[in-house]
Design a protein around this ligand. Structure first.
Ligand code: SF4
Length: 483
Protein backbone atom coordinates (compact mmCIF):
# COMPACT_ATOMS: atom_id res chain seq x y z
CA UNK A 1 0.00 0.00 0.00
CA UNK A 2 1.47 3.36 -0.90
CA UNK A 3 2.24 5.39 2.21
CA UNK A 4 0.25 8.39 1.05
CA UNK A 5 -2.97 6.41 0.91
CA UNK A 6 -2.71 4.24 3.96
CA UNK A 7 -2.21 7.29 6.15
CA UNK A 8 0.88 6.06 7.91
CA UNK A 9 3.65 8.40 7.00
CA UNK A 10 7.35 8.61 7.51
CA UNK A 11 8.59 12.08 8.22
CA UNK A 12 11.39 12.50 5.73
CA UNK A 13 14.23 11.25 3.54
CA UNK A 14 17.80 12.60 3.44
CA UNK A 15 20.57 12.54 0.84
CA UNK A 16 23.90 14.35 0.95
CA UNK A 17 27.06 14.14 -1.14
CA UNK A 18 30.54 15.66 -0.83
CA UNK A 19 33.15 15.73 -3.60
CA UNK A 20 31.28 15.20 -6.90
CA UNK A 21 31.14 17.58 -9.87
CA UNK A 22 27.42 16.94 -10.45
CA UNK A 23 26.47 16.96 -6.75
CA UNK A 24 23.00 18.48 -7.17
CA UNK A 25 22.02 16.09 -9.97
CA UNK A 26 23.19 13.10 -7.92
CA UNK A 27 21.26 14.43 -4.92
CA UNK A 28 18.16 14.70 -7.10
CA UNK A 29 18.65 11.11 -8.30
CA UNK A 30 19.20 9.84 -4.75
CA UNK A 31 16.18 11.69 -3.38
CA UNK A 32 14.06 10.27 -6.18
CA UNK A 33 14.54 6.79 -4.73
CA UNK A 34 13.62 8.14 -1.26
CA UNK A 35 10.35 9.73 -2.42
CA UNK A 36 8.36 7.09 -0.48
CA UNK A 37 9.62 8.72 2.74
CA UNK A 38 7.93 12.05 2.03
CA UNK A 39 5.79 13.51 -0.74
CA UNK A 40 4.81 16.96 0.55
CA UNK A 41 7.91 18.90 -0.31
CA UNK A 42 11.50 18.64 -1.48
CA UNK A 43 14.62 20.77 -1.49
CA UNK A 44 18.30 20.72 -2.41
CA UNK A 45 21.12 23.02 -1.27
CA UNK A 46 24.39 22.98 -3.18
CA UNK A 47 27.77 24.25 -2.07
CA UNK A 48 29.86 26.05 -4.69
CA UNK A 49 33.23 26.84 -3.10
CA UNK A 50 31.49 27.88 0.10
CA UNK A 51 28.60 29.70 -1.54
CA UNK A 52 25.19 28.09 -1.02
CA UNK A 53 22.41 27.82 -3.60
CA UNK A 54 18.96 26.45 -2.80
CA UNK A 55 15.83 25.26 -4.61
CA UNK A 56 12.86 23.98 -2.65
CA UNK A 57 9.10 23.68 -3.08
CA UNK A 58 5.90 21.89 -2.20
CA UNK A 59 5.03 18.60 -3.86
CA UNK A 60 6.88 15.62 -5.29
CA UNK A 61 10.54 15.99 -6.20
CA UNK A 62 9.73 15.79 -9.92
CA UNK A 63 7.17 18.57 -9.49
CA UNK A 64 9.54 20.84 -7.54
CA UNK A 65 12.24 20.28 -10.18
CA UNK A 66 9.87 20.08 -13.18
CA UNK A 67 11.90 22.82 -14.86
CA UNK A 68 15.19 21.09 -15.80
CA UNK A 69 16.99 24.45 -15.48
CA UNK A 70 16.51 24.36 -11.73
CA UNK A 71 19.24 21.77 -11.22
CA UNK A 72 21.56 23.97 -13.28
CA UNK A 73 21.05 26.73 -10.69
CA UNK A 74 22.63 24.45 -8.07
CA UNK A 75 26.34 24.36 -8.99
CA UNK A 76 29.09 23.00 -6.75
CA UNK A 77 30.71 19.78 -5.66
CA UNK A 78 28.60 19.15 -2.54
CA UNK A 79 24.87 19.15 -1.82
CA UNK A 80 22.33 18.02 0.72
CA UNK A 81 18.67 17.34 -0.04
CA UNK A 82 15.46 16.43 1.68
CA UNK A 83 12.01 15.02 0.90
CA UNK A 84 9.39 15.86 3.49
CA UNK A 85 6.23 14.57 5.01
CA UNK A 86 5.11 16.85 7.85
CA UNK A 87 4.52 15.21 11.20
CA UNK A 88 5.29 18.39 13.12
CA UNK A 89 4.71 21.94 11.98
CA UNK A 90 2.40 23.01 9.21
CA UNK A 91 2.62 22.27 5.53
CA UNK A 92 3.88 25.63 4.24
CA UNK A 93 6.96 26.36 2.15
CA UNK A 94 8.89 27.76 5.15
CA UNK A 95 9.02 24.25 6.63
CA UNK A 96 10.47 22.75 3.44
CA UNK A 97 14.08 21.83 4.01
CA UNK A 98 17.03 22.15 3.90
CA UNK A 99 16.85 25.24 6.11
CA UNK A 100 19.53 27.95 6.24
CA UNK A 101 21.14 29.47 9.32
CA UNK A 102 23.81 32.13 9.80
CA UNK A 103 26.89 31.18 11.78
CA UNK A 104 29.61 33.49 13.08
CA UNK A 105 32.51 31.10 12.35
CA UNK A 106 31.24 29.20 9.30
CA UNK A 107 29.28 32.02 7.71
CA UNK A 108 26.26 29.86 6.99
CA UNK A 109 25.03 26.32 7.39
CA UNK A 110 22.18 24.26 5.94
CA UNK A 111 20.22 21.60 7.82
CA UNK A 112 17.86 18.75 6.97
CA UNK A 113 16.09 16.50 9.50
CA UNK A 114 14.28 13.15 9.58
CA UNK A 115 12.42 12.24 12.78
CA UNK A 116 10.46 13.82 15.58
CA UNK A 117 11.69 15.39 18.80
CA UNK A 118 9.85 14.50 22.00
CA UNK A 119 11.00 17.63 23.87
CA UNK A 120 10.41 20.17 21.08
CA UNK A 121 7.79 22.16 23.00
CA UNK A 122 10.08 22.63 25.98
CA UNK A 123 13.07 23.55 23.80
CA UNK A 124 11.01 26.01 21.78
CA UNK A 125 9.80 27.62 25.00
CA UNK A 126 13.36 27.90 26.36
CA UNK A 127 14.71 29.37 23.13
CA UNK A 128 11.84 31.83 22.82
CA UNK A 129 12.65 33.07 26.33
CA UNK A 130 16.20 33.69 25.11
CA UNK A 131 14.78 35.90 22.36
CA UNK A 132 14.99 33.45 19.44
CA UNK A 133 12.51 34.18 16.65
CA UNK A 134 11.69 31.06 14.69
CA UNK A 135 11.60 31.05 10.87
CA UNK A 136 9.09 28.19 10.65
CA UNK A 137 6.87 25.94 12.77
CA UNK A 138 8.48 22.50 12.47
CA UNK A 139 10.75 21.12 15.18
CA UNK A 140 13.50 20.63 12.59
CA UNK A 141 14.55 24.24 13.08
CA UNK A 142 15.39 23.70 16.75
CA UNK A 143 18.82 22.20 16.17
CA UNK A 144 19.83 25.18 14.04
CA UNK A 145 18.70 27.62 16.72
CA UNK A 146 20.47 25.64 19.46
CA UNK A 147 23.72 25.74 17.48
CA UNK A 148 23.37 29.48 16.93
CA UNK A 149 22.82 30.16 20.64
CA UNK A 150 25.43 27.67 21.94
CA UNK A 151 28.18 28.96 24.21
CA UNK A 152 30.73 26.57 22.62
CA UNK A 153 33.29 28.13 20.33
CA UNK A 154 33.43 25.98 17.18
CA UNK A 155 30.79 24.43 14.98
CA UNK A 156 31.36 20.78 15.91
CA UNK A 157 31.37 21.47 19.65
CA UNK A 158 28.25 23.61 19.26
CA UNK A 159 26.62 20.79 17.30
CA UNK A 160 27.54 18.17 19.90
CA UNK A 161 26.27 20.29 22.79
CA UNK A 162 23.03 20.96 20.90
CA UNK A 163 22.45 17.32 19.94
CA UNK A 164 22.77 16.41 23.60
CA UNK A 165 19.78 18.63 24.38
CA UNK A 166 17.51 16.85 21.90
CA UNK A 167 15.25 13.93 22.81
CA UNK A 168 13.36 11.60 20.52
CA UNK A 169 14.13 10.34 17.02
CA UNK A 170 16.45 12.32 14.78
CA UNK A 171 18.71 11.86 11.81
CA UNK A 172 20.32 15.07 10.56
CA UNK A 173 22.35 16.18 7.60
CA UNK A 174 24.13 19.52 7.93
CA UNK A 175 26.41 21.35 5.55
CA UNK A 176 28.77 24.27 6.17
CA UNK A 177 31.04 25.75 3.50
CA UNK A 178 33.80 23.42 4.75
CA UNK A 179 32.06 20.16 5.65
CA UNK A 180 29.04 17.89 5.54
CA UNK A 181 27.98 16.41 8.89
CA UNK A 182 25.51 13.61 9.66
CA UNK A 183 24.14 12.80 13.13
CA UNK A 184 21.90 10.04 14.47
CA UNK A 185 19.97 9.97 17.77
CA UNK A 186 21.17 7.72 20.64
CA UNK A 187 18.52 5.07 19.77
CA UNK A 188 19.14 5.08 16.03
CA UNK A 189 15.39 5.02 15.32
CA UNK A 190 15.82 5.92 11.65
CA UNK A 191 18.15 4.29 9.16
CA UNK A 192 21.13 6.36 8.01
CA UNK A 193 23.94 4.99 5.88
CA UNK A 194 27.28 6.07 4.44
CA UNK A 195 28.30 5.25 0.87
CA UNK A 196 31.04 6.10 -1.58
CA UNK A 197 31.29 6.72 -5.31
CA UNK A 198 34.14 5.28 -7.36
CA UNK A 199 35.65 8.81 -7.65
CA UNK A 200 35.86 9.03 -3.83
CA UNK A 201 32.78 11.25 -3.27
CA UNK A 202 31.15 10.47 0.07
CA UNK A 203 27.40 10.08 0.52
CA UNK A 204 25.16 9.95 3.59
CA UNK A 205 21.51 9.03 3.01
CA UNK A 206 18.43 7.49 4.62
CA UNK A 207 18.38 4.15 2.80
CA UNK A 208 20.72 1.98 0.76
CA UNK A 209 18.34 2.08 -2.23
CA UNK A 210 19.53 5.68 -2.78
CA UNK A 211 23.16 4.48 -2.86
CA UNK A 212 22.22 1.91 -5.50
CA UNK A 213 20.42 4.61 -7.47
CA UNK A 214 23.56 6.72 -7.87
CA UNK A 215 25.95 3.78 -8.32
CA UNK A 216 27.60 4.14 -4.89
CA UNK A 217 28.87 1.33 -2.70
CA UNK A 218 27.74 0.89 0.90
CA UNK A 219 30.42 1.82 3.45
CA UNK A 220 28.71 1.56 6.85
CA UNK A 221 25.60 2.30 8.89
CA UNK A 222 25.70 5.46 10.98
CA UNK A 223 25.63 4.25 14.59
CA UNK A 224 23.44 5.72 17.35
CA UNK A 225 25.07 8.76 18.96
CA UNK A 226 27.55 9.24 16.12
CA UNK A 227 28.42 12.23 14.04
CA UNK A 228 30.07 11.67 10.67
CA UNK A 229 32.14 14.58 9.40
CA UNK A 230 33.03 14.69 5.70
CA UNK A 231 35.53 17.25 4.37
CA UNK A 232 37.88 17.43 1.37
CA UNK A 233 40.34 15.40 3.50
CA UNK A 234 37.91 12.47 3.91
CA UNK A 235 35.55 11.06 6.51
CA UNK A 236 35.96 11.35 10.29
CA UNK A 237 33.80 9.40 12.75
CA UNK A 238 33.01 11.10 16.04
CA UNK A 239 30.16 10.92 18.55
CA UNK A 240 28.13 13.33 20.66
CA UNK A 241 27.20 10.67 23.23
CA UNK A 242 28.19 7.11 24.11
CA UNK A 243 25.04 6.60 26.16
CA UNK A 244 23.26 4.75 23.36
CA UNK A 245 20.71 1.97 23.08
CA UNK A 246 19.88 0.77 19.58
CA UNK A 247 16.12 0.73 18.89
CA UNK A 248 15.62 0.76 15.11
CA UNK A 249 12.01 1.44 14.15
CA UNK A 250 10.50 -1.95 13.29
CA UNK A 251 8.03 -0.16 10.98
CA UNK A 252 10.96 0.58 8.69
CA UNK A 253 11.22 -3.15 8.03
CA UNK A 254 7.44 -3.69 7.94
CA UNK A 255 6.35 -0.83 5.77
CA UNK A 256 8.38 2.35 5.35
CA UNK A 257 11.65 1.35 3.79
CA UNK A 258 11.86 0.28 0.16
CA UNK A 259 12.09 -3.50 -0.23
CA UNK A 260 15.40 -3.21 -2.09
CA UNK A 261 17.00 -1.43 0.88
CA UNK A 262 19.18 -3.15 3.46
CA UNK A 263 18.93 -1.90 7.05
CA UNK A 264 21.75 -2.92 9.36
CA UNK A 265 22.64 -5.88 7.15
CA UNK A 266 19.07 -7.13 6.80
CA UNK A 267 17.31 -7.06 3.44
CA UNK A 268 13.91 -5.40 3.88
CA UNK A 269 12.37 -7.70 1.23
CA UNK A 270 13.67 -10.85 2.93
CA UNK A 271 12.52 -9.62 6.38
CA UNK A 272 9.03 -9.02 4.96
CA UNK A 273 8.99 -12.50 3.41
CA UNK A 274 9.86 -13.95 6.81
CA UNK A 275 7.02 -11.93 8.42
CA UNK A 276 4.62 -13.41 5.85
CA UNK A 277 5.93 -16.91 6.51
CA UNK A 278 5.59 -16.39 10.28
CA UNK A 279 1.94 -15.29 10.10
CA UNK A 280 1.25 -18.30 7.82
CA UNK A 281 2.53 -20.53 10.64
CA UNK A 282 0.80 -18.61 13.44
CA UNK A 283 -2.59 -18.33 11.70
CA UNK A 284 -2.99 -20.96 8.96
CA UNK A 285 -6.16 -21.05 6.88
CA UNK A 286 -7.45 -23.20 4.02
CA UNK A 287 -7.67 -21.15 0.85
CA UNK A 288 -7.19 -21.28 -2.93
CA UNK A 289 -4.91 -18.33 -3.49
CA UNK A 290 -2.70 -15.81 -1.63
CA UNK A 291 -2.73 -12.20 -2.78
CA UNK A 292 -0.96 -9.15 -1.40
CA UNK A 293 -1.97 -5.50 -1.20
CA UNK A 294 0.33 -3.67 -3.62
CA UNK A 295 3.06 -2.65 -3.20
CA UNK A 296 4.47 -2.83 0.31
CA UNK A 297 2.70 -6.13 1.18
CA UNK A 298 3.86 -8.14 -1.81
CA UNK A 299 7.03 -9.44 -0.16
CA UNK A 300 5.03 -10.68 2.86
CA UNK A 301 2.43 -12.27 0.57
CA UNK A 302 5.18 -14.20 -1.23
CA UNK A 303 6.48 -15.36 2.17
CA UNK A 304 2.99 -16.45 3.23
CA UNK A 305 2.49 -18.41 -0.01
CA UNK A 306 5.87 -20.13 0.24
CA UNK A 307 5.33 -21.17 3.86
CA UNK A 308 1.70 -22.27 3.44
CA UNK A 309 2.06 -23.99 0.08
CA UNK A 310 -0.95 -22.00 -1.18
CA UNK A 311 -0.53 -20.63 -4.67
CA UNK A 312 0.41 -16.89 -4.93
CA UNK A 313 -1.13 -14.74 -7.63
CA UNK A 314 -1.48 -11.10 -8.58
CA UNK A 315 -5.00 -10.44 -7.36
CA UNK A 316 -4.72 -6.67 -7.14
CA UNK A 317 -2.94 -4.06 -9.19
CA UNK A 318 -2.00 -0.49 -8.45
CA UNK A 319 -2.56 2.37 -10.85
CA UNK A 320 0.71 4.36 -10.76
CA UNK A 321 -0.71 7.40 -12.51
CA UNK A 322 -3.19 8.90 -10.07
CA UNK A 323 -3.25 12.69 -10.04
CA UNK A 324 -1.58 14.34 -7.10
CA UNK A 325 -4.86 15.77 -5.85
CA UNK A 326 -5.71 12.29 -4.54
CA UNK A 327 -2.66 11.88 -2.38
CA UNK A 328 -3.13 14.86 -0.11
CA UNK A 329 -2.95 13.87 3.56
CA UNK A 330 -6.63 14.11 4.47
CA UNK A 331 -8.86 11.18 5.27
CA UNK A 332 -11.50 11.96 2.62
CA UNK A 333 -8.90 12.20 -0.09
CA UNK A 334 -7.15 9.06 1.16
CA UNK A 335 -10.34 7.03 0.81
CA UNK A 336 -10.95 8.40 -2.66
CA UNK A 337 -7.29 7.80 -3.45
CA UNK A 338 -7.60 4.10 -2.61
CA UNK A 339 -10.48 3.69 -5.05
CA UNK A 340 -8.44 5.44 -7.74
CA UNK A 341 -5.30 3.45 -7.02
CA UNK A 342 -6.30 -0.15 -6.46
CA UNK A 343 -8.09 -2.58 -8.77
CA UNK A 344 -8.86 -6.29 -8.53
CA UNK A 345 -7.89 -8.89 -11.15
CA UNK A 346 -11.24 -10.69 -11.32
CA UNK A 347 -9.95 -13.87 -12.96
CA UNK A 348 -7.67 -14.44 -9.93
CA UNK A 349 -10.26 -13.94 -7.21
CA UNK A 350 -13.70 -14.86 -8.59
CA UNK A 351 -15.13 -17.97 -6.92
CA UNK A 352 -12.04 -18.41 -4.73
CA UNK A 353 -11.24 -18.49 -1.04
CA UNK A 354 -8.63 -15.74 -0.69
CA UNK A 355 -5.83 -15.06 1.77
CA UNK A 356 -5.29 -11.30 1.62
CA UNK A 357 -1.91 -10.33 3.09
CA UNK A 358 -1.41 -6.73 4.19
CA UNK A 359 1.43 -5.20 6.18
CA UNK A 360 -0.71 -3.28 8.68
CA UNK A 361 -4.12 -1.84 9.48
CA UNK A 362 -4.12 1.78 10.64
CA UNK A 363 -7.64 3.22 10.63
CA UNK A 364 -9.35 0.28 8.93
CA UNK A 365 -10.99 2.28 6.14
CA UNK A 366 -8.58 1.02 3.50
CA UNK A 367 -8.90 -2.62 4.58
CA UNK A 368 -12.68 -2.54 4.57
CA UNK A 369 -12.66 -0.98 1.11
CA UNK A 370 -10.33 -3.69 -0.21
CA UNK A 371 -12.37 -6.54 1.30
CA UNK A 372 -15.51 -5.09 -0.30
CA UNK A 373 -13.71 -4.75 -3.62
CA UNK A 374 -12.64 -8.42 -3.53
CA UNK A 375 -16.12 -9.64 -2.62
CA UNK A 376 -17.66 -7.51 -5.34
CA UNK A 377 -15.26 -9.20 -7.78
CA UNK A 378 -16.66 -12.60 -6.74
CA UNK A 379 -14.32 -13.78 -3.95
CA UNK A 380 -16.02 -16.57 -1.96
CA UNK A 381 -14.24 -15.63 1.27
CA UNK A 382 -11.50 -13.18 2.29
CA UNK A 383 -9.13 -14.14 5.11
CA UNK A 384 -7.02 -11.15 6.08
CA UNK A 385 -3.54 -11.83 7.44
CA UNK A 386 -1.56 -8.87 8.75
CA UNK A 387 2.20 -9.39 8.63
CA UNK A 388 2.76 -7.22 11.72
CA UNK A 389 1.19 -7.01 15.21
CA UNK A 390 -1.87 -4.89 16.09
CA UNK A 391 -1.04 -1.15 16.00
CA UNK A 392 -2.16 0.00 19.43
CA UNK A 393 0.12 2.81 20.47
CA UNK A 394 1.10 6.14 18.95
CA UNK A 395 4.58 6.87 17.61
CA UNK A 396 6.46 9.90 18.89
CA UNK A 397 9.67 9.33 16.94
CA UNK A 398 8.81 10.43 13.42
CA UNK A 399 5.62 8.71 12.24
CA UNK A 400 2.50 10.81 11.91
CA UNK A 401 0.21 8.83 14.22
CA UNK A 402 0.49 10.56 17.58
CA UNK A 403 -2.85 9.68 19.14
CA UNK A 404 -4.62 6.38 19.80
CA UNK A 405 -7.88 7.88 18.52
CA UNK A 406 -6.75 7.23 14.96
CA UNK A 407 -5.76 3.59 15.50
CA UNK A 408 -8.51 1.02 15.04
CA UNK A 409 -6.38 -1.51 16.94
CA UNK A 410 -6.31 0.71 20.04
CA UNK A 411 -10.07 0.99 20.15
CA UNK A 412 -11.32 -2.44 19.03
CA UNK A 413 -10.52 -6.12 19.60
CA UNK A 414 -9.35 -8.30 16.68
CA UNK A 415 -12.82 -9.95 16.28
CA UNK A 416 -14.40 -6.48 16.23
CA UNK A 417 -11.93 -5.26 13.60
CA UNK A 418 -12.64 -8.40 11.54
CA UNK A 419 -16.32 -7.54 11.59
CA UNK A 420 -15.74 -3.85 10.89
CA UNK A 421 -13.66 -4.56 7.78
CA UNK A 422 -16.05 -7.30 6.62
CA UNK A 423 -13.44 -10.09 6.49
CA UNK A 424 -14.21 -13.80 6.99
CA UNK A 425 -11.25 -14.10 9.35
CA UNK A 426 -8.47 -11.84 10.57
CA UNK A 427 -5.15 -12.54 12.26
CA UNK A 428 -2.09 -10.44 13.09
CA UNK A 429 1.53 -11.48 13.54
CA UNK A 430 2.65 -11.67 17.19
CA UNK A 431 5.27 -9.23 18.51
CA UNK A 432 7.67 -12.16 19.04
CA UNK A 433 6.99 -13.37 15.52
CA UNK A 434 7.84 -9.90 14.22
CA UNK A 435 11.05 -9.57 16.20
CA UNK A 436 12.23 -13.04 15.16
CA UNK A 437 11.30 -12.42 11.52
CA UNK A 438 13.35 -9.23 11.36
CA UNK A 439 16.11 -11.02 13.27
CA UNK A 440 18.08 -7.83 13.71
CA UNK A 441 20.78 -7.66 16.33
CA UNK A 442 20.70 -10.72 18.52
CA UNK A 443 23.08 -9.33 21.13
CA UNK A 444 20.84 -6.32 21.88
CA UNK A 445 17.70 -6.15 24.06
CA UNK A 446 14.59 -6.64 21.87
CA UNK A 447 17.02 -7.39 19.01
CA UNK A 448 17.83 -3.67 18.79
CA UNK A 449 14.30 -2.86 17.63
CA UNK A 450 11.62 -0.38 18.68
CA UNK A 451 8.27 -2.17 18.83
CA UNK A 452 6.46 0.56 20.80
CA UNK A 453 3.73 0.88 18.16
CA UNK A 454 2.63 -2.61 19.13
CA UNK A 455 3.52 -3.07 22.79
CA UNK A 456 3.81 0.45 24.23
CA UNK A 457 7.41 -0.21 25.33
CA UNK A 458 8.87 3.17 24.42
CA UNK A 459 12.67 3.06 24.43
CA UNK A 460 12.92 6.65 25.80
CA UNK A 461 10.97 8.94 28.13
CA UNK A 462 8.22 10.78 26.22
CA UNK A 463 8.74 14.28 27.66
CA UNK A 464 6.20 16.62 25.93
CA UNK A 465 3.95 13.65 25.13
CA UNK A 466 3.89 11.86 28.50
CA UNK A 467 0.67 13.44 29.80
CA UNK A 468 -1.26 12.64 26.60
CA UNK A 469 0.03 9.09 26.60
CA UNK A 470 -0.94 8.55 30.25
CA UNK A 471 -4.44 9.84 29.45
CA UNK A 472 -4.72 7.42 26.51
CA UNK A 473 -3.59 4.49 28.64
CA UNK A 474 -6.11 5.39 31.34
CA UNK A 475 -8.92 5.89 28.81
CA UNK A 476 -8.36 2.67 26.92
CA UNK A 477 -6.76 0.42 29.54
CA UNK A 478 -4.15 -0.18 26.86
CA UNK A 479 -1.65 -2.24 28.80
CA UNK A 480 -4.23 -4.83 29.80
CA UNK A 481 -5.18 -5.22 26.16
CA UNK A 482 -1.68 -4.93 24.73
CA UNK A 483 -1.18 -8.60 24.07
S1 SF4 B 1 6.84 3.66 17.92
FE1 SF4 B 1 6.52 2.36 16.11
S2 SF4 B 1 6.73 3.65 14.32
FE2 SF4 B 1 7.58 4.77 16.09
S3 SF4 B 1 9.77 4.28 16.09
FE3 SF4 B 1 8.81 2.75 17.42
S4 SF4 B 1 8.27 1.04 16.04
FE4 SF4 B 1 8.72 2.82 14.75
Amino acid sequence: MPNEIKGLNEECGLFGIWGADNAAQLTYDGLHSLQHRGQEGAGIVSNENGQFHRQRGLGLLAEVFADPQKIATLPGTAAIGHVRYATAGNHGIKNIQPMFFDHPGEGQFALAHNGNLTNATQLRRDLTKKGVQFQATSDSELLGELIQTSSQTNFIDQLKASLNQLRGGFAYLLMTPQMMVAALDPNGFRPLVVGKLANGAMIVCSETCALDQVGATFVRDVEPGEIIIVTDKGMQIDHFTTDTHLSICSMEYIYFARPDSVIRGISVHEARKRMGAAIAKEAPVKADVVIGVPNSSLSAAIGYAQASGIHYDMGMIKNQYVARTFIEPTQAKRVRGVSMKLSVVKSVVAGKDIVLVDDSIVRGTTSSYIVRLLKRAGAKSVHVRIASPVLKFPCYYGIDIQTTKELIGANHSVPEICQLIGADSLAYLSVNGLVESIGALNDQPNHGLCTAYFDGQYPTPLYDYQAGFDADVARLGLYEGAN
